[in-house]
Structures are given as structure tokens and as C-alpha cells.
Design a binder for this molecule. Structure first.
Ligand code: URA
Ligand code: ZN
Length: 365
């Protein structure tokens, strides 16, 4: 009998396509890329917290950030059959309004073409020209729907500048629902620097990445829930980065706070027709499995269901600190969590590792 390996799909994996890198190199404020003499090595600075001497100004940016062949090399090293690539943060959030439409069109076409170089192995989440205004955004959604390898869009938490509970976003969510393009929600901005205290710079990237990122996602989705987005655009589909931040763990508390809020009750917002946080988690939300531990993964599975959780790597972020090839600890940790929680070789593990993504995102050519 021919041996059969179930496919492994990475739905959380980023690129900065070459034209985006060029854009960043032309800039001197965040986000930007430049070298800091006497070194010639290029560094990527995307977060305010890393634009300081003490954090050595950002991170080294090598070809793994922009060369699609490096993505395939990484996939082969980690037995990943298919990747759904997305532009890394901060996307096009910072692009001046007048340039947004052209920038998004160029980047999305470029990413789609890169996928076409490896048919069947690469798909993508597109990027929206958020600063360009509603018409430009809706037009790009319609265009993305026609691009062969696009399977959704990646979105940060600021939306049009006022967060994802902004009513101005409803037509955009509606257009995404109508186009059947899920939103891959990804953090970037974290929490205000003041919450990390005076010694924050002693602790490297740990506080903003381990806590700021997941809390940013949790707050953004909770605001969407509170504003009624999931009742108004009832089939909107979202894939939340980092297993939903802390949403699965806090869902009960959020739901209880809603049920006990006199203001919401007085406004008639607790009546029939309200979707509970639990219902939203099971109907509108998918979670990646980028959580690096069995307990977090268990919470994600219990919250949304084992058919709604999907493997990811966050490549090219979190490379091993030691130089040299081979497998990445960050990736292996996520593999181990899936195997530990769902059982090595089980149908559920196969789903989380790839089957769910293939079904949900229609990853067949
Ligand atoms: N750091 C980032 O800026 N983005 C990621 O996706 C992961 C780590
Ligand atoms: Zn990421």
C-alpha cells in the first residue's frame, strides 16, 4: 500500500515582498529599514519600542524576509506542504491615503505572482488599502477575489484608525463576508509603553510580544463583539492570530461581564438576538495554533472546536538565536503542542496540522 502523509499547512507565515522592502528602505521613520554604521547589515524597525539604542534598533533583516525561495526552503525543512503567506506587520497601515490603492494593488499582485511560482504550495492573504477610504478598499476586495491564490485578507487592529468596532467598517466587513474572504486578524501595535514600566528595555521583546500582541488581539475582538459586528454581519469569518490572544481563556469572563452590565441592559443590548461570546467563537472565529503550549491549545480547541484550529509558524519571526540551519525551536514547539494535545497521528491532529485549513480556505488548485 502506498504510504500516505496527511498534508501540513502553515496559515501564519509572513513575507515582505521585494517592493515592500524597497518602500521601507526609502523611509526614515517607523516602519523603515536601514543600516546603522559602522555595521552594513540592514535592520528592520517596525515597532516604536524597538526604535531605540537599547534594543539595537529593530532586528536584522535577511533574505528570509523577502525571498520566496527561502520560504520554500523553510517549508521543506519543517515538512510543510502548503503555506498561506501574508504581508507582515505593519502592512499598509502607514501609507498616505493617495498612495494606498496603488500600493495595495502592487503588493497583492506581487504576492499572488510569487504564489504562482510554486503552484499548489503557496496561497496568500491579501492586504487592504485601509488609508484609501471605503470605495478604494471595497474595490480591492473585489479584485482580491479574482486573484488565483488569494484566500482572505490580513488585517491589523486599527481598521480605519478608530479600531474594529468602528461602524464605518461595517460595509467593508460586509464586502468581505459577501466575497467569502476571511479576515486573518494580526496584532502589531501592542499596548501603550507605559504598562511595561521603567525597566522594560531590560527585558528585550518579551513583554510586548508575549503579552502586548495577544492582549491587543483580545481587546480588538472583544470590541467587535460588544459593538454587535457579529450580529450585523453574521457570517463574517475571522482567523485570530496566536490562538486568539487570550480570548479563549477569557471568554467566560467577558460573557459574564456582558450579562451583568446594567448599561448594556438599559440600552436593550442583552435581549434576544444577541450572540454570546461562546457562539461567536464557534461560528465566526477560527484560531491559529501559534500558542507554543498544550494548555493554550486546549483552550483554543475547547472554545472554537477542533475543526477550527490551524497550524502556523510565524516565520520568519522567532528564528533560533544560534546561527546555523536545521529545525526551528519555535516551530517544533507548536508541532509538539498539537501532538501532545490531540495525539500523534490522530484525525484531530491531522485536521489541526492541515486538513482544517485545506477545507476552510479551499487550498486546492
Ligand atoms: N514580531 C512581529 O513584528 N510580527 C510577528 O508576526 C511576530 C513577531
Ligand atoms: Zn505573525
Amino acid at each position: 500500500m502506498a504510504s500516505y502523509k496527511s498534508p501540513i499547512v502553515d496559515i501564519h507565515t509572513h513575507v515582505y515582498p521585494p517592493s515592500y522592502i524597497e518602500l521601507l528602505k526609502s523611509r526614515s521613520s517607523i516602519p523603515y529599514i536601514r543600516s546603522f554604521p559602522p555595521s552594513f547589515a540592514l535592520r528592520l524597525v517596525i515597532l516604536p519600542a524597538e526604535d531605540t539604542e537599547s534594543t539595537s534598533r529593530g532586528r536584522p533583516v535577511g533574505s528570509e524576509y523577502y525571498d520566496i525561495n527561502k520560504k520554500i526552503e523553510f517549508m521543506d525543512t519543517h515538512s510543510i506542504d502548503i503555506s498561506v503567506i501574508s504581508l507582515a506587520n505593519p502592512w499598509l497601515d502607514w501609507v498616505p491615503a493617495a498612495e494606498a490603492a496603488k500600493a495595495a494593488e502592487g503588493i497583492n499582485n506581487e504576492v499572488n505572482e510569487e504564489c504562482g511560482k510554486f503552484p499548489g504550495r503557496l496561497f496568500a492573504f491579501g492586504t487592504l488599502p485601509l488609508s484609501g477610504g471605503k470605495e478604494v478598499i471595497v474595490k480591492e476586495i473585489a479584485r482580491l477575489k479574482e486573484l488565483k491564490y488569494m484566500r482572505g485578507i490580513i488585517l491589523g487592529t486599527t481598521g480605519l484608525g478608530k479600531g474594529l468596532d468602528d461602524p464605518e467598517l461595517l460595509p467593508i466587513f460586509q464586502a468581505l463576508q459577501d466575497a467569502k474572504l476571511p479576515i486573518f486578524l494580526h496584532p502589531h501595535y501592542g499596548l501603550p509603553g507605559s504598562v511595561w514600566g521603567e525597566r522594560a528595555s531590560d527585558y528585550g521583546h518579551v513583554l510586548p510580544l508575549a503579552l502586548g500582541f495577544p492582549l491587543e488581539t483580545t481587546i480588538a475582538v472583544t470590541r467587535m463583539i460588544l459593538s454587535g459586528v457579529f450580529e450585523k454581519v453574521s457570517d463574517l469569518q475571522m482567523i485570530l492570530a496566536h490562538s486568539g490572544g487570550t480570548l479563549p481563556f477569557l471568554a467566560g469572563r467577558i460573557e459574564s461581564c456582558i450579562e451583568h452590565d446594567a448599561h448594556l441592559k438599559a440600552e436593550g443590548k442583552l435581549g434576544k438576538g444577541r450572540k454570546t461570546v461562546w457562539e461567536i467563537l464557534k461560528k465566526n472565529i477560527y484560531l491559529d495554533a501559534v500558542i507554543y503550549g498544550e494548555i493554550g491549545l486546549k483552550a483554543a480547541i475547547q472554545a472554537s472546536g477542533e475543526d477550527r484550529v490551524m497550524f502556523g509558524t510565524d516565520h520568519p519571526f522567532f528564528p533560533p538565536l544560534e546561527e546555523g540551519g536545521g529545525k526551528w525551536l519555535s516551530v517544533e514547539t507548536n508541532y509538539e503542542a498539537i501532538k501532545g494535545e490531540l495525539g500523534s497521528g490522530s484525525e484531530e491532529a491531522k485536521g489541526a496540522l492541515g486538513g482544517n485549513a485545506i477545507n476552510v480556505l479551499n487550498l486546492r488548485v
